[in-house]
Every structure is written in C-alpha cells, then in structure tokens.
Design a protein around this ligand. Sequence first.
Ligand code: TPP
Ligand code: MG
Length: 918
Amino acid sequence: MGYIICVTNIENGSFENPIAESYINMVVRPVIPPSDVDELEEIWEWIESFDAVVAKGKPGQASRILQEIRNRALASGVQVPFTANTPYVNTIHVSQQAALPGDQEIERKIKSLVRWNALAMVVRANREEHNIGGHISTYGSVATLFEMGFDHFFRARTDEFEGDTVYFQGHAAPGVYARAFVEGRLSAAKLENFRRELKPGGGLSSYPHPWLMPDFWEFPTVSMGLSPIMAIYQARFNRYLEDRGLKPATDAKVWAFLGDGETDEPEALGAITLASREHLDNLIFVINCNLQRLDGPVRGNGNIIQELEAAFRGAGWNVIKVIWGSDWDTLFEQDVDGLLAKRLGEMVDGEYQKIIVESGAYIRQHVFGGDPRLLKMVENIPDEKLHALRQGGHDPKKVYAAYKAAVENKGSPTVILARTIKGYGLGEAGEGRNVTHQQKKVDEDTLRHFGERFGLSFTEEQFAEVPFYRPPDDSPEMQYLSACRKKLGGYMPRRSVRSKPLVGNRAELFEEFLTGSEGREVSTTMAFVGMLRKMLRDAEIGKLVVPIVPDEARTFGMESLFRLVGIYSSQGQLYEPVDMNTLLYYKEAKDGQILEEGITEAGSMSSFIAAGSAYATHGINTIPFFIFYSMFGLQRVCDLIWAAADTRCRGFLLGGTAGRTTLAGEGLQHQDGNSHVLALPIPTLQAYDPAFAYEIAVIIEDGIDRMYHKGESIFYYITVMNEPYAMPPMPPGSREGILKGMYRFKAASDGKSKLRAQLFGSGSILREVLHAQEILAEKYHVAADVWSVTSYKALYSDGIETERWNLLHPFDKPRVPYVSQCLADAPGVLVAATDYLKALPNMVSQWMPRRLASLGTDGFGRSESRQSLRNFFEVDARFITLATLHELLREGKIQASVVQQAIKDLEIDVEKADPLTT
Ligand SMILES: Cc1ncc(C[n+]2csc(CCOP(=O)(O)OP(=O)(O)O)c2C)c(N)n1
Ligand SMILES: [Mg+2]
C-alpha cells in the first residue's frame, strides 16, 4: 500500500486526488454535510496518518492504534459505532489464498459423475414410483463443498488415527450415496433402491440414519438444528476424552454441514458460545448459503450471510465468508474505493436470488447500473459471462482456501459461510427457483443440459434413460479418486463398532443396595447417587462413567461428587471457589469427570449422544449417566432422544424429581406425569419407574451387562424421586420380574379371604398401594396382593410382541404375555395406581384376566404437598381403597352401602373437582 496524496481545495470542499475524492464522497459525505470542509479535512488527515503506518509495513501497529483509540474514546464517553460485520466480500483476500493442489480437471470430472449419479438416483426412484421423493437441489448446491472435503480434507478412521467426524447435511444424502457408488462401495442395485429400503436386497435410507445403515452413517442429521448442536458437543466431548486421558490428543476435526435455513432452528445457534468459550478449534461448521429454504428465500428482505457472520463473530468464532468465485477477483481488484463492495452489500437476498434466474443484461442493469463507475468495471464482460460469474461455494479454489484456513485456525471454532445456488446444474427449470427444493422429476432437456454442463458424454438414449455410471477401475478418474482416499485413510462415511466388551461382572458393585436401608429413610435419587459413587470408584468402569447434569446436581444430592471426581473444565480452575473451605466445594478440574452443562437439556443430551456413541466413534465404552429434572427431559428434548436412538446410543437417562405428585410444591410446569408415556415410542429406550433402591440396582447392573458386555444398542430411562422412605430388602426371586416389568412384592396376609384383589403400584405410589393393602385388610376384610410394576413399557412391548407371534403362527401353541403369566392364578379385582397417566396401566389391561381399574395423574399439576396432591389426583391410599371396593361392588361381592360408608370413613369429597379438567 502506498501513500495517498491528498490535496484539498478548501474553497469548495473537493479533493484533487481522485481516490480521496471518491472515498470522501462515498464514506464520509453521506454522514457529514459537504459544506463542513474543516471536518472533512480533519478526517482525511487521520486517514492519511493511518495509511502511513500501514505503508511502513506495520499492520499490527495499525491495528493496535485503532484499539487504543477505541479505548480512549470509550474512556472519554464517546460512543464508538459497533458492527460485527465485515463488507460483503470474501474474508480471504485473493492475495492470501492458499493454492489448490491436485488435478482440478479430474476432480471436476469426478464431481460431475457424482452429481450425475445423485440426480439419476432421485429421478429413477421417482420414475419407478411417483412421489417417493428425494432431494436433488440441495446436493446441487453443496456438491463442491462436500467433494472438496472428500478429495482433500476428510480423514477416515484408521487403527492409527481416530479420524474426522462429519455431519453431512441430511437431505444432501443422494450426493454421499452417489460418491460411495462411484467409489465402488455401493452397488447400482442399492442406488436403484434409494428410498426403497424394503426391496429385496435392501435399499438406501432417505437420509443419514445409523439405525438403518449401521455400517455407513454415523450420525442422523436431518431433523434440522440437531446436527449443529450435536457437532458442538461432540467436539467438546473429544477434548474431554483427551483431557481425561481416555484418548490421545489429535488434530481430528468435527465438520458439520448445515443449511442456511436450518440456522433458524434454536438448537442450531443456541450453543455456539460454548464452542468459542471452549476454544474448540477442532470444530468447523460449513453453512451452505444457497439463500433458500423449502418455501422460498431464507431472508428475502435481508442478508443471511451477513446475519450469520455477525452472530458467529459476536460469539467469538473465526468466520470465513466465501461469497464470490474467482471470476470476481479482477472486479474486486479494480474496486480500490470499495464502490463494488458497497453496492453488493446493499442488495438483499431476494434480489440475489432473482439475479440467478435473470439474464446477464438484467444483472448489468440491476447490479451495476446505478453508477457509471460500476458499469465501467463490467463493460468488457459480455452478458453471458456476467450471468455465469461463479459463486464462492461453487469455486474449488475458494473453497479449498477456506477449508485450509479453517483446519489451520488455532484457538477458536470456524464457520465457513459459503454462497451457493440451490439446484445448481438444473438450469432454468431449477436453479434458484422457489420450487426447486421439491424438484424430483427432470425433463430430458434438463438432463441433457445437466450432462453437457458437467461434460458427460452420453448418447440421446442414455440421457433419456438416466443410467447410473461408474467409470472403469483403470480410468484416470477412478485411479485418482482411490489415491485421494487412500491418502486420507480410506473411504467415508463408514461406521463401525470398535470398542471391546467390558470384561468383568459388575454384580458386586450393586450388592449393598439389595439389602435395604434398615429403616433409614432415603430417596431413590439418593440411592442412585450412592450407586453412581460406587461405579465411579470401580477399577474397570470407574473412568468410563460420564455423569452429565444440567445445573441440578444439588437438587439431586450429587454435590458430593464435585469433590470426588471434579467437574470437567478445559481450563482447570482459575479462581478459588467461594466454598473452598467446605468439604464438598465446587471443584473444577481439567481432568474432572462430571459434565456440568449449565441449564441446557439440549446441550446435555448432545453430550449424552457423544458419550453414548463413543463405543463406535472412538472405540471407547463411555457410560453416560445424564440426570435431569424429569419434566424437562422427554418433554423438552424428545427429538434429540430420538436422534440418540437412531445413533444407536447406549447409556442411562435418569429423570430426577419425577412423579406428578411426588415432586411436591413445584407445580404445573415441573410435575412430571408424562415422561413414561413419552418414552413409549422410542423403540430402543428401556423405561423404568422403580420404587426401591434394589430395583434400580438390578436395572442398572443388567443395563451395563446388556449394553457394554453383550453389546446391545439400547439405552435406559429410569425415573428417580426425592421422597425419602425406608428401602426394603429385595424379595427373593424378584430379579427377573423387576427387569420384565412386574413382580409380586407383598402377598396378602390372609390368602383365604373371600374378598380378593390384586393391586399394582409403581414408583413412590407403590407405597400408597401398600398402605391401601393395609386399610383394605383391616377395615374391609379384603385380602390384596401388591405388585410392583417397574415398567409398563416393558410389559406392553412384551404383550404386543407375543400377540404378533401368535398372529403369525396359527398352528403353534399360543404364547402367553408376561402380564397374563403373572396373573394367571391371581384372584380378585384388579386396581392399578401410578404417578403417570392412566394410559400406562390401561394399555396392558388387555392381557389381564379381568377388567382393570386405573388411577393416575391425568391433568395439570399444582403446587401443593404430596398428600394434598395425591388426594387431588385421586391416587392416594384412600382412593386406591375406594377403587378396590368399587370393583368388588361391580363384581357383586359387596353392597353399595359398604362403598358409601367407605367414602365417608375415608373422608372422600365426592363433589371435588375433576383433576383432568381443572
Ligand atoms: C426440524 C425440521 N423441520 C422441518 C424439516 C423439513 N425440511 C427439510 S429440508 C427443509 C429446508 C431446508 O432448507 P436449508 O436448511 O436452507 O437447506 P437447503 O436445502 O436450502 O440446503 C425443511 C424445512 C426438517 N427436515 N426438520
Ligand atoms: Mg438453504
């Protein structure tokens, strides 16, 4: 940079130097009246001084001067204008751009082949069966971004290196399949069966689903917004594993490819400050800014790239904008006074979308026409060329430079905002059109156009047929492609389970919890925390346990663990904690084991997914125990829990402070009577509502065995409560029943009584049932057996599985559902009480020998004491007694007067409000 000589004509306020004139006119005059010549001159002097420092080759000094002046201004009470944005140009100046290695022509051919096969997949699938769907236009936009990664950056997992983790933009899956086909990893038959997974030989899932393609996909990404937050916590979990010595430190990266529309999901940007706070330079977001989502523009009246830049820069990320392709370099070279950059920054995205579908003449007039100096810049560029000026995200040179800068960046995460065109390659029918997202059928003209544009030499018939095409193995393309991947450690995506099963039997860890608390009152939460403490100390699994908590450790009585294993902090503890002199002080440590996530169930669940899938991602059997307020679990982050199931996660979710009437005081938004119903749809989630410490011990011990010894891809949801009571010892022979969902906890003392009942209780309502058993025996001579139902979900699953088997095997001896087996010889009326919806017991009543009366907590919670709540929801011992007597009345075993008297004796208000509707 040289000096700019400024000669001012003070009289009329003009500058004789044309650059100065232009600068002042553009930047300064709009805010300062041209008549104020002194002010203009003063400003120019400052600029000159600044230029002089830069010209001396001291950019660092120039930057420091600006910083100091800024500080000075703030100290003097002068408002400093703030913007988190840079001009609407590429972040990496062409002079700083790393050179693209490799053979560009051959890479372009490979990319064209992948594009073609992706298009063929979708078009063929829709020809075969109308409306089967599939997205072409998203991959059209992201192809260069993916392919650059495959050719030069994404490193596969090998025995020596953990590999990069890539979250692929979900609905661009056809492009990933097409590449795997070209690589020879997927057959044409598989591609033919895209979205036809049930065809003989199997097909390909619509989107990335490890559950459906466990050897291929690692992470599900198509529920928008989940992959960004999962990627952030994955990158942080990788650091956690390193800091705790569970894996060596490497420079492996986590890449997440997102849509620009996707960033509207709160989860997408909700955790970005964690990434910068933790200096996650192992994390790279690539946002495919095609400016469109499904219905139309992402920000028709605004600018999504600038908006995202400000958000990420404000959050401390390294932001790299890749807006303009190399074709624009010469234009920007001429733009010494920033006129072009200014004009481009004025246009809104709706206009940018429009110029994609318009002619070169329109672009000349609309973009450049407002200023003769701009028009001059493009006077030698013909219309067709003007129309074809490439976007940054489609230019391999620009994309390579951005990726290289991203992987080399230190100290902060990077986001690449890449400008692309939705439906790129689909010509007039698709590019940039609002309808392009759902385009599946493509006419022959478009196919031909596509083929020609990407240099594919097919015959007319071939174009019409849309064949899959892979060049011969000895072709230069195939040789090049396999060499590239070999250099990067092999093909990807690829998922494999690399952990070894745990060796030891963990039974002895849980023995002490089987014998009861000898009268001491403890809650099931306390009991669980005791087990967790024990597991943390165990020689084999201790280091693998990952306790995760969203700012509720004290609520669950877990603060003793702070000191025991420490809270993970990548920086250690830079301060003396305020409670340092207490036994259980807030200890943060670099090798701390607890992931204390703060108030983010979504973030905690993302950590759970990273830890619960580490057996595959890292080959490490980490065992996450994520404990949370049960109302803010399945209800709040169910889609992430669904994603965990799809990811084949293992581990334990613990719903603390559970039960609509067990969590006293907290009221409607806290009291959970829902979560066990919400756990029903998730196939691999084993849901338990245990009442006693030994039940939890049996469930966790068996869970560790099933998941980490036998290798089942299941996970657990266990509710734990904060109501203290004496824990009984485990009744002999109850282990199987605990796991299968029910067992007889306490038989009636008078087995010969004429009036009989079977009572079912779960969680802390089991104690109300036990109390009712006493009242019924003492006051009404009803002999009731009490069952602990640990899992209605397990009973239901068993019931429907059994029925299905019977349906399909008419000649075989019918199998009997477990519920029916348990109750085969159980006499009397049947009554269930739960702290959850009545739907839970009702759904298994079909396998009971007689009608079931269910009591549950349907309705909105209240802030009240436990006893008042149980009266309000009609699940206390009195209502269980009443329900039992009422069932006996229905059976004709007792008179109505007995029931009437009981209502009086039990002081039940028959006019009380219905909890369902109040
Ligand atoms: C949570 C969620 N909501 C809605 C959808 C349906 N959907 C699929 S693609 C899409 C538009 C995506 O736009 P963008 O993120 O900009 O990606 P692009 O296709 O433009 O690359 C929508 C709304 C979804 N997959 N997930
Ligand atoms: Mg988009």
